[in-house]
Every structure is written in C-alpha cells, then in structure tokens.
Design a protein around this ligand. Structure first.
Ligand code: PLP
Length: 381
C-alpha cells in the first residue's frame, strides 16, 4: 500500500473562486455607475497561475480557470504548456522576457509580455516577430521591485509606441504592482503615482492583485475607451491575501486539500517527550497519533505545538517538532481515533491553509507553492 498521504485539487473550487471574483467586480461596477454616474464596467481577469498554479498544477489551473479572460505566469515552459493544452486566450508573462530567444517563443505562442526594463525594450527593438507582440509597460510606483521609475516612464512608453509604429509591438498597456494592498497603508500612494505618471496615455491598464481586487475593486474598473485587467492569484485558490480577513469571509473555497492518516499511536506518561528535541512534554497521561506527513511533503517545519489539524473530523493540535516524514498530534479530543484514522492537514475538511501558515509564521501562499512533488495528486472535478 502506498504511503497514505495525498493532495486533492478541486477544479470546481477554482472555477467557483473565479466566479466569486467576477461577481465582486461586477458589483463594484454597478455601484460605481450608481454613485458617480460615469459608465464603468468590470475589468477583465488574468488568472495568475505562476508557480504551477500556486502548487495546484498548471493543467488544473487551465481547467479551473477556463472562463478567465487571460492567464498570467512567469515561466515560458508553463506558458507553452497552457497553449499546448488548448488555451487560446491571452497569456501574460509577468516578468517579461529574460533573453532575446524568449521573444521567439512569445511570437510563436502569442504571449503578451510585461516590459519593465530598458534592456527588455532593447531586446524588442532587435526582434523581428511575425506578428506584433502585445506588451504592458510596467511602472515602479513605489514597490522598488520591477518597473520603470516615474521619471523614466514617459520615455519608455514612448519607445514602446515607436516599436508599435514599426510593427514590432502590438498593444501597449500600462501596469504597476502594489506593495501594501493587504495592509492598512493600502494603495492610495502608489495609485496616485500611477495616475499622475500614466494618466493621459492610451492603452489598457492592469494594477490589482488579489488584495487590491478584493478591497479596492473600484480602482480597477474599465471606463469607456480604457480597458482594464486585474491580476488575482491567491484568492482564486481559496486562500486569503489578508492577515485580518479569512478567505471564507469572501465566499472563497479552498482548492487544495492535503490529507493523510494516522500510522501509529502512542500512550504517553507524564514527563514523556515527543519527537526530535523533545519539544513537547506530556504533563499527564495522554494518547498521541503519528501522522504520515512531514516537511518533505511540504508541511511547514516551523508549525509547532498548537498548530490546528483535523483528525477524524475533530479539530486538534500538532505536538512538538515536525519531522521529515511524520508529525505528532494530540488525540485527547478524539479518543476513538486509531491507526488509519483520516487526518486533514489543510483544505475543505481541515483548518485553512492560512491558519496553518500563521501558526508557522508564514503565509498560505508559501505552503501552497511548497507542496512537495512526492505527494500524489488527485484531481476532483
Ligand atoms: C503574483 C502576482 C500577482 C498575484 O498576486 P496575488 O497576491 O496572489 O493575488 C499579480 N501580479 C503580479 C505582477 C504578480 O507577480
């Protein structure tokens, strides 16, 4: 019998979450039309599927987000996989091209590229694509990661328009990325920079990640003559971008469920220590279970005693240090659970991935992306 761990990816949860985001944007558009009277429509949605769809699998992402307006990712190989699996809509490369040869693939597979540097504009200037390549010229509005500085943006955008007139570039869009959309600081400052620098320019815009899409949908709306795209990632997988609001509060459903089983039990006496380092010491007689899941499966080693976990439908806690292949759980609230009892580490019938992440001092994103190759994947419709 194989080791009892597995992960289930729910394609219908992915589709559900996309529909939730779509609905949220449509409501914002309707509200805007009511308040300011200016015609506004919901933006198009790039479903972000980088990092193998945040650990859910590129194929599952393509299937779950079949109704997205576009797919966004970083890796050429993933983009090609999407095309070859039949995705015919737009594909956005979020970091653009890394070397001139990438532009040949962008041409062949009709990929839209972010252009965030002068080097990328130089590469484009030397390219001879069969069809003009669509681009989004990225502004660094304050995150200081990728993009042209505000003072350099107008010239970069003008260069892209010149490449457009030469038939090398097709559509020229404008884009930026928020550093604090999930935090109290919000987006006001960066949005102000984006509007000041790119305001009068033509072309579609793309500014919002999950946090900004959920919290500030009104800033993402399309207006007459101005197409707009949002770029949600994490929320489409049913996890939250916020420390102070869980995914369920937005009606999102977890798409990844990590499950295993109890493979051994132990009866401890007061003073008995559990696992490496003996970090948990029983203060009275108790029963514990050993679960076939460890950090080599992607479960965070920093999840210490108290991390929530569900055994046979009952919420309990992790005890002591997570090992490579196993972890220990408190069976006090589930005295009937023995070898073979089902364990839910995170997902539909477990704690949320965000709760586990918080207990481990990280975010749900990291746990989803770090799911290990060795965990067998089941895809549920
Ligand atoms: C990853 C990424 C996103 C999606 O971010 P989430 O927080 O997962 O919604 C959007 N835009 C860019 C440029 C990204 O790299």
């Amino acid at each position: 019998m194989p080791r009892p761990i597995s992960v289930t990816i729910s394609v219908s949860a992915l589709a559900h979450n996309l529909a939730v985001v779509r609905h949220h944007l449509r409501q914002a558009a309707a509200a805007a039309a009511n308040t300011d009277g200016a015609p506004a429509t919901a933006p198009s949605i790039w479903a972000v599927i980088k990092a193998h769809a945040y650990g859910h699998g590129t194929a599952q992402g393509v299937q779950g987000f079949a109704k997205a307006d576009g797919l966004a990712m970083l890796d050429l190989a993933e983009a090609i996989e999407c095309r070859e699996s039949g995705w015919t809509g737009p594909i956005l490369l979020l970091e653009g091209c890394f070397e001139p040869a990438d532009l040949d693939y962008a041409d062949r597979y009709r990929l839209t590229s972010v252009v965030h540097s002068a080097e990328q504009l130089d590469m484009l200037a030397r390219a001879r694509p069969a069809r003009p390549l669509d681009v989004f010229v990225k502004l660094d509005s304050g995150m200081h990661r990728l993009g042209f500085a505000p003072g350099a943006y107008a010239a970069a955008h003008a260069r892209a328009l010149e490449l457009h007139s030469q038939g090398i570039v097709g559509t020229v869009g404008r884009m930026t990325h928020f550093a604090n959309a999930d935090a109290p600081d919000g987006v006001a400052e960066q949005l102000g920079v984006f509007q000041r620098v790119t305001g009068g320019l033509p072309g579609p815009v793309s500014i919002c990640n999950s946090a900004a899409t959920l919290r500030y949908p009104e800033i993402a709306l399309a207006r007459p003559g101005m197409a707009s795209w949002v770029r949600p990632g994490i929320c489409l997988y049913g996890a939250s971008p916020f420390a102070d609001a869980n995914a369920a509060s937005f009606g999102l459903k977890p798409a990844m469920s990590l499950r295993s089983r109890i493979i051994a039990t132990q009866d401890l006496q007061a003073g008995d220590a559990v696992g490496y380092g003996g970090l948990y010491v029983a203060d009275a007689p108790m029963r514990i279970g050993v679960v076939a899941c460890g950090y080599a499966d992607g479960y965070p080693r920093h999840a210490g005693t108290g991390t929530p976990i569900v055994v046979a439908g009952t919420r309990t806690r992790v005890l002591g240090r997570v090992s490579m292949d196993m972890l220990a759980v408190d069976l006090t609230p589930v005295p009937q659970a023995g070898v073979g009892a089902p364990v839910s580490l995170w997902g539909v019938d477990g704690p949320s991935v965000d709760e586990v992440a918080q207990a481990a001092g990280t975010i749900g994103y990291e746990l989803l992306c770090a799911l290990a190759q060795r965990v067998p994947v089941r895809t549920a419709s």
